[in-house]
Design a protein around this ligand. Structure first.
Ligand code: UDP
Length: 314
């Protein structure tokens, strides 16, 4: 199969691309390095089945493919807030162009949506029927509302019979090929602990997240693509929920460090709790559920950060 992966130089794009290439598929990576890295492209380029197109998804493209994975978008709050209008353009125009390309080439499309479409949720855990609690004018809105509009585009293309667009709502995911300066909590804590620095806890550290190791996510994405019927939106994430204080303790243990905590202000609109209800994924995806638990995933990510200090700094 010929897969077109937008955002191929990013964290999920690289891990998905590597899995597909190892399985013998052809992968066309598309990225403009807005938040992805050349080091990630180099990893994919080691495979003969890989080719790369440097392109900005806010502009249309015409690339034949059997499957299109629409992953292009900065996903870390500091990265997506740096140029919020561009972030919104990437989500909306990038998804429109992906859908048009998929329609033109009759390709199945997998869109990387996000738990952020649930905002600061008033329902816990979140299942796919929850409509969300999003501040449309806050600093996270460029991402949250962009991703919500992208879901709308996918749903309308499906309703109109123009594309088989599948939505996965990705909850916090971590692992190798994340940038060291990604700014999200797992890489921040790991690198801080490695350097013997204090761990920066935002707020009181009682807010929760549920962290999924990247290999589990990629497996779930491929199972969604493999379904004969479009299943509608599906949450993919690890339902084990931790406070940021618990995460800090786990990171110190895995690194073998005893870094103190440094409390910093909680960012605006930072969700207080987040945990996926994965009943739908389990039901439809042959009992898919995360296999890698936090300590093991942190150890694998730590090994990557140690082994490739240059790559993750790129
Ligand atoms: N966070 C933290 N320290 C950091 C980075 C993030 O305490 O150095 C917190 C952040 O405020 C949030 C949680 O960790 O409550 C997860 O943040 P992240 O940016 O990783 O993902 P998201 O907010 O998109 O879920």
């Amino acid at each position: 199969m010929r897969y077109l992966v937008t955002g191929s130089a990013g964290f999920i794009g690289t891990n998905l691309g590597l899995r597909l290439l190892r399985e013998g598929h052809t992968v066309i990576g598309l990225d403009n390095y807005h938040s992805g890295t050349a080091a990630n492209t180099a990893k994919l380029a080691a495979f003969a089945g890989f080719s790369f197109v440097e392109h900005d998804v806010t502009k249309p493209y015409d690339i034949p493919c059997d499957v299109l994975c629409n992953l292009a978008c900065p996903a870390s709050p500091p990265h997506y807030q740096k140029d919020p209008i561009y972030t919104l353009r990437i989500s909306v125009l990038g998804t429109l162009h992906a859908l048009e390309n998929a329609e033109r080439h009759q390709a199945r499309l997998l869109h990387a949506s996000t738990s952020e479409i649930y905002g600061d949720p008033l329902v816990h855990p979140q299942d796919e029927s929850y409509l969300g609690n999003v501040n449309s004018i806050g600093p996270r809105a460029c991402y949250d509302e962009g991703k919500r509009a992208a879901e709308t585009l996918c749903a309308d293309f499906v309703r109109l019979g123009r594309a088989d667009a599948r939505l996965v709502r990705i909850f916090n995911t971590y692992g190798p090929h994340m940038r060291g300066d990604d700014g999200r909590v797992v890489t921040n804590f790991l690198l801080q602990a490695l350097a013997g620095k204090a761990l920066t806890v935002y707020g009181d550290g009682q807010q929760t997240r549920s962290f999924c190791y990247i290999d589990d996510l990629v497996e779930g994405m491929l199972r969604v693509l493999a379904l004969a019927q479009n299943p509608g939106p599906i949450n993919l994430g690890n339902p084990n929920e931790f406070t940021m204080l618990e995460l800090a303790t786990a990171v110190n243990r895995v690194v073998g460090a005893s870094s103190p905590l440094r409390f910093e202000p909680l960012p605006t609109d930072d969700p207080k709790q987040r945990k996926p209800d994965i009943a739908k994924a389990r039901r439809l995806l042959a009992d898919w559920q995360p296999q890698v638990q936090l300590t093991e995933g942190l150890a694998k990510t730590l090994a990557y950060l140690k082994a490739e200090p240059i790559a993750h700094q790129a």
